[in-house]
Design a protein around this ligand. Structure first.
Ligand SMILES: NC(=O)c1ccc[n+]([C@@H]2O[C@H](COP(=O)([O-])OP(=O)(O)OC[C@H]3O[C@@H](n4cnc5c(N)ncnc54)[C@H](O)[C@@H]3O)[C@@H](O)[C@H]2O)c1
Length: 274
């Protein structure tokens, strides 16, 4: 049992969507929060709203999780502001859709840099300080159901999320018995701005910047339709807090997707047995 009350949590991609909902639930559970996100004004507004609502200490930090030097420097800044920290929510993520042959080097570098590199940088920057005290801790890595089942048009995203699930399973074993729990969050569609993630995608060499929201007919349009019909982030946040408290590893929010995981599992088992 790990109680977030009076602990300090670092939440990446915390200005909106799932990250903000988790940060809010943690603050309501009595934690102080370091919110990290790309755009200063957005993350400062979010931090102010959360502090006003909960009375907890909530500070904003402008950071790109793909920028390792910035993340390492932030670990010191956050320790100076809060003292020891305990909970790390590696949430920041982006999505891109389209057939694998349309994916450019920039698409791969950007998506893997944020979705996988951001988790790696979060661990490099913050895990040493969590291990350095004996007050316990918890790491939540935000993957996706796309970390367990592959769908067409999502090769880059799927590669990043399978990696986050695998990394989480391995580090959970490493941290067994250390007092630091690990969870991996694998949601289906959630109603956020993920389908607009392209707004932050850097233009590659010689490229025109892409439209921030893809047209209706494209595979990103399909993602947008799924996201807009998804569950609310707040529905997930409670499950994340319960998993932190109870030390639960897998967090699944869409039980109706279990059959697709079973289908993949059965195909693998069938192939291994023949
Ligand atoms: N929405 C869904 O349907 C869904 C489903 C499964 C998993 N997820 C995962 O949930 C996580 C949160 O996504 P969301 O749905 O809340 O999307 P969102 O776009 O609403 O929020 C993501 C947040 O991350 C921030 N961000 C993006 N790139 C960043 C970077 N390089 N550095 C720092 N911050 C950055 C954004 O500014 C934004 O505030 C992601 O990892 C995503 O892959 C989302």
């Amino acid at each position: 049992m790990f109680d977030p009350r009076d602990k300090v949590a670092v939440v990446t991609g915390g200005a909106g969507g799932i990250g903000f909902a988790i940060a809010s639930a943690l603050a309501h559970a009595g934690a102080d929060i370091a919110l990290l996100d790309l755009h200063r004004e957005e993350v400062e507004d979010a931090a102010r709203a959360l502090a006003d609502e909960t009375g907890r200490r909530v500070f904003a930090y402008k950071a790109d999780v793909a920028d390792r030097a910035r993340m390492m420097a932030l670990a010191h800044a956050i320790a100076d502001d809060f003292g020891p920290f305990h909970i790390l929510v590696n949430n920041a993520g982006v999505a891109i859709g389209g057939p694998v042959w349309d994916m450019t080097g920039t698409d791969w570098d950007w998506t893997l840099g944020v979705n996988l590199g951001g988790v790696v940088n979060g661990l490099l920057a913050f895990l040493p300080a969590i291990r350095a005290h004996d007050e316990g801790g918890h790491v939540v890595n935000v993957a996706s159901i796309a970390g367990l089942i592959a769908t067409p048009g999502l090769s880059v995203y799927t590669a990043s999320k399978f990696a986050v699930v695998g990394l989480s399973e391995s580090m959970r074993a490493d941290l067994e018995g250390s007092g630091i729990g690990v969870s991996v969050l694998c949601p289906g569609f959630v109603r956020t701005r993920i389908h607009e993630a392209g707004r932050n995608r850097p233009a590659g060499p010689g490229e025109q910047p892409r439209a921030p929201v893809a047209d209706e007919q494209s595979q990103v349009g399909e993602i947008a339709r799924g996201v807009l019909s998804g569950i609310e982030p707040v529905e997930i946040a409670g499950q994340v807090i319960a998993a932190i408290r109870e030390g639960r590893f897998y967090i699944f929010t869409h039980p109706e997707l279990a059959e697709y995981v079973a289908e993949r599992h059965d195909a693998i088992m069938g192939a291994m047995k023949t």
